[in-house]
Design a protein around this ligand. Structure first.
Ligand SMILES: [Zn+2]
Length: 402
């Protein structure tokens, strides 16, 4: 039960009830499609006449379509309702320090188009680049209604659309929503990438409908954590909740982009694994294994070397995995989530990494802690899917009352 917020409430009107019932019906159709009006009435407990009125409205607005009856037989055949996944075009943006990925998706988070480019140096240049990409989407998919844009960020953004924390991006304190909204001309929803991934698990993942307490850990250039409690993202004071990646493990550890030393992400991120590997190979000189070129070693290289049987690359991954486990154990003991999902390139090596994470977590948690740790499928592009979810939940989420 939630206390009524007397600084931000809405009294109920007859419109409120209609709005709530409409959202419930829309969600039941999304979840159980294809289904008949009779089944919708049964599952919702609404009167048949109310269901008919709601469905008529949803069809008129294009959210729901009516398909042909799948079975032929005698008498009046029910016509089945489907979610019209093509109604809305959602532009999904996965902004990372090196590369920005942009996709066009339907309501089912299936990607229709996709592109990527190097992340520009400033939010203003990013906005201009996004405007060009959306224009290109519009010209090749002109029939789609462009509903909005969701952006997964490597940082934390406040209610006003300002980046309050983004150490790996170095855009702290900068306005980001306004320049994008102006350049692109669509409503923009911004969210931390880990929080967006957590939401995507709820809306599109393979979790049971009863999962409401979920933690998503994004392992990339840094380590991000998204917290869902009672099905809602926890934002905390100044939108800073979830920064477990910057909890200090060793005050004398390696320097971190946040200005401190020895943060969790300095041991458990992709960049950390590269450093672990370099430390094992050449004491940190940082050259590629073969050819002696001085191009920077990447995490993909470490993954590939480990796959090829390089014992030092394998040891670097084991060390990274151990530290992923160290942080995840704290999350499990402290928050008791129903599931922890891991997002990132490291999931491609989960056969190797998963058991090390699990063993560390087992040593460091209570016997009553039984939270499963699940890698996300990289093929689903979780960070982009998270960006899609930011827009989807605006149309399907529970309406705010009281
Ligand atoms: Zn840090």
């Amino acid at each position: 039960m939630r206390k009524i917020d007397l600084t931000d409430f809405q009294v109920a009107t007859s419109e409120t009830a209609r709005h709530i019932n409409r959202r419930i019906a829309l969600n039941i159709i999304r979840r159980y499609q294809p289904l008949s009006r009779a089944e919708l009435a049964r599952r919702s407990g609404l009167q048949r006449s109310t269901v008919s009125a709601i469905v008529a409205q949803l069809i008129a607005e294009g959210w729901v379509t009516e398909g042909a009856s799948p079975v032929s037989g005698r008498g009046r055949r029910p016509r089945f309702l489907h979610l019209n996944v093509e109604r809305a075009g959602i532009v999904a943006v996965d902004l990372r320090p090196g590369t920005t990925r942009v996709a066009l998706a339907g309501l089912d988070a299936r990607f229709l188009m996709q592109t990527e480019w190097p992340t520009p140096a400033t939010p203003r240049e990013l906005a201009a680049e996004l405007a060009r990409t959306v224009a290109a989407f519009r010209s090749s998919q002109p029939d789609i209604v462009y509903e909005g844009m969701g952006v997964s960020l490597p940082g934390r953004v406040d209610d006003t659309g300002r980046l309050v924390f983004a150490p790996n991006l170095r855009w702290e304190g900068m306005e980001i929503r306004q320049p994008i909204e102006r350049a692109v001309g669509l409503p923009i929803v911004l969210e931390n990438a880990a929080s967006a991934c957590a939401l995507a698990e709820l809306w599109f993942g393979r979790q049971a409908d009863t999962v409401k307490h979920l933690v998503a850990v994004t392992v990339s250039e840094g380590v991000g954590v998204g917290l869902l409690v009672n099905g809602q993202v926890v934002h905390g004071r100044d939108a800073m909740a979830g920064e477990f990646g910057h909890v200090t493990l060793d005050e004398n550890g390696p320097p971190c982009a946040c200005g401190k030393r020895g943060c969790w992400e300095q041991y458990a991120s992709n960049s950390a694994a590269v450093r672990h590997y370099q430390g094992l190979v050449d004491g940190g000189a940082g050259t590629r294994r073969a050819g002696g070129k001085d191009a920077a070693l990447t995490f993909d290289d470490v993954l590939r070397f480990a796959g090829e049987g390089d014992a030092r690359a394998a040891a670097a991954l084991d060390r990274m995995a151990h530290y992923i486990g160290v942080g995840v154990a704290s999350l499990i003991v402290g928050l008791a989530p129903q599931v922890v999902v891991i997002v990132g390139e490291v999931t491609a090596a989960w056969d190797r990494v998963g058991p090390v994470v699990a063993a560390t977590v087992k040593r460091r948690t209570l016997s009553a802690n039984t939270t499963p740790i699940v890698p996300t499928d990289p093929a689903t592009q979780p960070r982009l899917r998270g960006a899609v979810t930011l827009v989807v939940q605006q149309h399907f989420g529970a309406p705010a009352v009281a």
